[in-house]
Design a protein around this ligand. Sequence first.
Ligand SMILES: Cc1ncc(COP(=O)(O)O)c(C=O)c1O
Length: 450
Amino acid sequence: MKIGREKLEIKRQREEILFVSEHPRSAALYGRAQKSLLSGVPMNWMKKWAGAFPVFVKKAKGAHFTCVDGHEYVDLCLGDTGAMTGHSPDVVVEAVTKRVRDGITLMLPTEDALFVGEDLKKRFGLPYWQFTLTATDANRFSIRIAREITQRSKILVLHYCYHGTVDESFAGLHDGVVGPRRGNIGPPVNPAETTRVVEFNDLSALEEALKHHDVACILAEPAMTNVGIILPDEGYWKAARELTRRYGALLIADETHTICAGPRGCTAEWKLEPDMLVFGKAIGGGIPGAAYGCTEEVAQRIAARIQLEDCDVGGIGGTLAGNALSLAAMRATLEHVLTAKNFEKMIALAKRFNEGVSSAIQGVGLPWNVQRLGCRAEYTFCEKAPRNGGESAAAADFELERFLHLYALNRGVLLTPFHNMALMCPETTEGDIDRHTVLFREAVGELAKG
Ligand SMILES: Cc1ncc(COP(=O)(O)O)c(C=O)c1O
């Protein structure tokens, strides 16, 4: 079945009019924001929501939120993983409320840091941990450590990866040649100088790139999640790990999103053996914080190169990194929320989401597929599951995405503004998922009718 563009645009405009008429208060706030916020939003990507302006939030709890116009939504975006714990889990609220009263940031450690380090060690098998405020910083500092101990200049990333605003990672392949990724704002240097890029699941390309002996580290998600969900081929990571060892590059597993696979991420699920691991976003239940861990060997090699006198000016830091509030939130989240029991429930819900979406697309004969990693579900506009970033990006359809997202939003379901991802939290219910399935079936039914 082919979707006519003209009809799609007419339907999208109908949804746009409905959205504007249903959200007068958000519209007024957005109008006012034009005078004080750049582009009228607190962060530029908030412009990307389907609809003429973002919905302004009044209150969020668990899997739901209400907007300033009084509408209630099922939240399947969950802050693009920042709220995978559900919004404001009670245990986190309690822990941070106490911590706020007892001191928020001191540049000194609290005992919570030890609990968090010990928990992460048990989860992922890496013995030593450090903390930052964002996953971006955790990635940046891991890269610095890799460069320092290998004395190599380049990093290697996967085509269409996303690891936060890490300069080196905004590189892509253009007819096989590395260059800045589309939309790269003011790159400090051409990323071809800093970065090698290969497609996921291509071991010979990986080996070719490593053969230059200038790659300090591979920074990769165990499964790609930022251009749809792309799973590794059977045996890919085992072979890739052998290659990194053979050519002296470190492997950094960015588990910021792939923690959705289970409480110990893909690293434990798939028995990966990274040299370093990054875990941000959900780790603090919504309070800013991230962690990066390393092996005994990496710890020894980096410790040998850091002088006490210079340890505050080496390019790894952040005044509020490792602050008491973030660590109190991480402790409560790890101890009570990101548990095996909660994941079991969340994963079952993601399966239910995909079953619903699958049956709807089969019902109307659309050549789309569904993919899942733990409690993260996604549909892609192509028949076969893509094996790499290039294939997945080729199947993207911005207009179609916007129509489907706006259709759902107008009827009380929020999807992530980037691609077609739905995430489950411990408070998501079967009823929430079925609400999406009904709407999705209606929307694709309309598309099928033309
Ligand atoms: C895999 C991955 N790593 C790191 C980041 C960066 O996280 P933050 O924006 O919290 O720094 C993201 C953000 O989406 C991500 O998807």
